[in-house]
Write a protein that binds this ligand. Structure first.
Ligand code: XMP
Length: 480
């Protein structure tokens, strides 16, 4: 028999947070550091979603530079996903330990191909044994029309290069760049073999983004998603090799035998690897995943702006209630909760954290930015970008097209629990992140919350009426 007692579920718009006496004098005085998982910390509680219209390396870099993290989606080949992770790890690392290199026997055409593939300009030239024999940079090739010309002819030879050793301090490296006005500083060991590279751009980026979320080696943090079937263990292995800081098990119904088995298998095979599992929306879902080894739990069944799960299946829990229940269950185990989906405005972030989440995951609001994959499109004079649920028609077809060109297989028996549409073009991700963070800081000041953890400690939710919701939004104004 079905239980006849109906629980009530709330979403972010159903509540407000009662303001408290605040001793916070400036919004700048609140700290936004938080736990992403058991052993990883972020400097702001924001994560960009593992969706193909949201997070690849560009978005992940923008997120981590400002203190959050991006999760590279899995709807691409394993090689490509590992490459996207690798691009992030190489980004602000002021020492690139294994730089891309070129051989003296390569041609200018090879240089151009490498440069385009990896998005870098300027390569150390090394011989077959790994000895540095020169540097080839844009300056060397810019006026060369003969694409067949060998690198050894156009490169700056070893004897004219400025080099350093791997133990060079950051301040010393800065000095070298200023003094010699070079763009790349190759690092060599005692025998003259190449053992690293410093790029002027990376030195500059490090000083521009003091709050960046970084690993122990000073590189930007990045997450990557894996599924629960087929080649997921191979994918996990390659992503770990590419040094993804955290893996996210990506399955819509995370409270399932598939998710539990995949989580256990990953944790067993890759001991010590931090793994977030989800998505769940109930206390028992949280407990089962924590018992299976999860280091973080992603919460949200159906709140996302491109989700149709609730409409198709009837399953789901309104997001505020889901976060409240899941956070309560996870607290005992000290495992952080990610509130995933349904964030439409800065206030929703404060409410999610007030309900006990440590971070929020966002798709829609980031999908309209320059850093999200995909082009800007025009409609009736306005600019937009495409956003799609990962269980939408378009995403399913793209995913299947990776494995086959047989149309019968591509279109057969599609199970759709997501939709797609246009979102307004929003400029740079930095602007959107800063807008959300400013709102959160303000929200924290109303709750006298000096740290993220204080938000839930100080929160008192008030259930509001339809009239109160109307009152909460601008009203009685003509559009200017
Ligand atoms: P927002 O509200 O930021 O939510 O757009 C992003 C989250 O939505 C989830 N997601 C889906 N849920 N069908 C679903 O039911 C889908 O096709 C789908 N695609 C994404 C996901 O949790 C994401 O982080």
């Amino acid at each position: 028999m079905t239980k006849s007692v109906f629980e009530k579920g709330f979403s972010y718009d159903d509540v407000l947070l009662a303001p408290k006496f605040s001793s916070i004098k400036s919004r700048r005085d609140v700290g936004l550091e938080t736990n992403l998982s058991k052993n990883l910390r972020l400097n702001i509680p924001l994560i960009s979603a593992n969706m193909d219209t949201v997070t690849e390396s560009g978005m992940a870099i923008a997120m981590a530079r400002l203190g959050g993290i991006g999760v590279v989606h899995r709807f691409m080949t394993i090689d490509r996903q590992a490459e996207e992770v690798d691009k992030v790890k190489r980004f602000t690392n002021y020492i690139i330990e294994t730089p891309y290199t070129i051989s003296p026997e390569s041609t200018i055409a090879d240089y151009k191909e490498l440069s385009q593939k990896f998005g870098v300009s300027g390569f150390p030239v090394i011989d077959k044994s790994g000895y540095l024999v020169g540097m080839a940079t844009e300056r060397d090739i810019v006026f060369e029309n003969n694409l067949g010309k060998k690198i050894k002819v156009i490169m700056t030879p070893r004897e004219k290069l400025i080099t350093a050793t791997k133990d060079i301090a950051f301040s010393k490296a800065e000095e070298v760049f200023k003094k010699f006005k070079i763009e790349k500083l190759p690092l060599v060991d005692k025998s003259g073999k190449l053992c690293g590279l410093i790029a002027a751009k990376d030195i500059q980026k490090t000083t521009l983004y003091p709050r960046a979320a970084k690993d122990k080696k000073g590189r930007l943090l990045v997450g990557a998603a894996v599924g629960v079937a087929d080649d997921y263990l191979e994918r996990a292995w390659r992503l770990i090799k590419a040094e993804a800081d955290i893996l996210i098990i990506d399955i819509a119904h995370g409270h399932s035998v598939l998710a539990v088995e995949a989580l256990k298998a990953i944790k067993k095979k890759f001991a010590g690897q931090e793994v977030i599992a989800g998505n769940v929306a109930t206390e028992s879902g949280v407990k089962d995943l924590i018992r299976a080894g999860a280091d973080g739990i992603k919460v949200g069944v159906g709140p996302g702006s491109a989700c149709t799960t609730r409409v198709i299946t009837g399953a789901g829990v309104p997001q505020l209630t889901a976060v409240l229940n899941c956070a309560r269950a996870a607290q005992k185990y000290k495992i952080p909760i990610i509130a995933d989906g349904g964030i439409r405005k800065p206030a929703d972030i404060t409410k999610a954290l007030a309900a006990g989440a440590s971070t929020v995951m966002i798709g829609n609001l980031f999908a309209g930015t320059d850093e999200a994959p995909g082009r800007i499109t025009n409609k009736e004079g306005k600019r937009y970008k495409l956003y799609r649920g990962m269980a939408s028609f378009g995403a399913n077809v793209s995913r299947r097209s990776l494995d086959t060109s047989d149309e019968d297989k591509i279109f057969d028996n599609l199970m759709l629990e997501g939709t797609e549409g246009l979102v307004p073009y929003r400029g740079s991700a930095k602007d959107v992140i800063e807008y959300l963070v400013a709102g959160l800081r303000s929200g924290m000041s109303y709750l006298n919350a000096k740290r993220v953890i204080d938000i839930s400690r100080n929160a008192k939710f008030i259930e509001i009426t339809a009239n109160a919701l109307q009152e909460s939004h601008p009203h009685d104004l003509e559009k200017a």
